[in-house]
Design a protein around this ligand. Structure first.
Ligand code: ADP
Ligand code: MG
Length: 349
């Protein structure tokens, strides 16, 4: 399943195309279900190149992409205007390659649980907790993973003078449940705070105000263990923001800033970040996969920034690149994700 209602629709399609291309046709029969920007499900074609970026045109699922699909109990039903109604019986496992709202936040996971269909990645709770930067920090912090100073502004609440003093300037103002740097502002003057909070609230009524951390941006890929033990952590990557001050939307998807893989950190710091990444995965009860993002300061203090339970899986995304550098090529990653999902099944575990 891919596309979806979030702002990361196109990235999701590109990730899905790469996954389609990586699944061994001798082992897997794939049913590509695209979700349009307004939430309709359609049976898309299974040509991976249709989901790639061609001539700078981003892929998009529309209602014209294929016959309509609905989930009824645990069956996918296709309604084709010509061929009529038919059932895609026997779906074993769903790979929800969906980022952000209605995909990475527990909603689709809930639907799949109701249908009794196993799926790749985090369950309802972990998806929702990881999507929400407030609860990510709270759950990680109680397990001893360092997070920077922050304040939570629920709907209608504004920042107290005491919190302004505690956090200091600059601060990052961000929607608690968003992604792709949408709605985030770096504030260097308290006079600009109200506008920044209003911008974030266009996406989420709950807003976080975080003390700005001066440091390098370090990412780590985590995969559920195949043997059922502690999760595995990849080599680390350092993201560069180029001429920009921080990793905003522009830098992420347009200008790019490059990266170092592996990140040039001392072994001891690398091991500590990997340990925090695995522990964050476990603290939130994640499954399958996650990309855990940190800040590392000049004196090697480490702070958790966020965790993504369905990170980008495009050929140039950090998660598959970090695993490839660790020795696990893209098709092996995808295969492992499907197998661990099948083993886990639905329900409590
Ligand atoms: N507390 C912070 N200190 C320094 N930079 C930050 C902080 N919070 C966010 N940023 C910058 O903003 C970017 C996006 O923030 P992030 O919390 O990762 O949101 P998203 O989920 O949209 O990726 C980060 O990659 C980083 O460049
Ligand atoms: Mg981020």
């Amino acid at each position: 399943m891919f596309g979806g209602r979030s702002t990361e629709h196109a990235i999701s399609c590109v990730s899905a195309g790469a996954i389609l291309g990586a699944l061994d046709p001798d082992q897997y029969e794939v049913v590509p279900v695209g979700i349009t920007r307004d939430g309709q499900w359609v049976l898309a074609g299974d040509d991976p190149s249709a989901l790639a970026i061609t001539d700078r045109k981003l892929p998009e699922i529309t209602s014209a992409s294929g016959a309509s699909v609905v989930l009824a109990e645990s069956e996918l039903i296709v309604r084709d205007p010509v061929d009529g109604v038919s059932s895609l019986a026997g779906v074993d496992v769903v790979f929800p390659v969906l980022h952000g709202a209605y995909g990475e936040d527990g909603t689709i996971q809930g639907l799949l649980e109701m249908a009794g269909l196993p799926y790749v990645g985090a369950n309802v709770f972990a998806s929702a907790a990881a999507m929400d930067k407030e609860f990510t920090k709270k759950l990680a912090a109680v397990e001893g993973i360092p997070v920077g100073p922050y304040a939570v502004l629920r709907a209608g609440v504004s920042l107290s003078e005491a919190d302004k003093e505690r956090l200091g300037l600059p601060v990052f103002v961000k929607p608690s449940r968003a992604g792709s740097s949408h709605g985030i502002t770096k504030v260097t003057d308290w006079a600009d705070l109200d506008d920044a909070v209003a911008t974030a609230r266009q996406i989420d009524p709950k807003v976080l105000i975080e003390a700005a951390i001066v440091g390098r941006e370090i990412e780590c890929g985590v995969l559920e263990s195949e043997a059922g033990g502690a999760p595995d952590a990849s080599l680390l990557a350092e993201i560069h923001v180029g001429d920009n001050d921080w990793y905003d939307f522009e830098t992420k998807y347009i200008t790019g800033g490059g990266y170092d893989l592996p990140a040039g950190l001392p072994d001891e710091v690398t091991r500590q970040v990997q340990d925090y990444a695995r522990r964050t995965f476990t603290a939130l009860d994640c499954a399958g996969l996650a990309r855990v993002d940190f800040f590392v300061t000049a004196d090697h203090q480490i702070f958790l920034n966020e965790i993504n339970t369905m990170p980008g899986m495009t050929p140039t995304s950090m998660f598959p690149l970090m695993w490839a550098a660790t020795g696990l090529e893209y098709p092996k990653v995808v295969d492992r994700l499907v197998r661990t999902a099948l083993r886990r099944g639905t329900g409590l575990h």
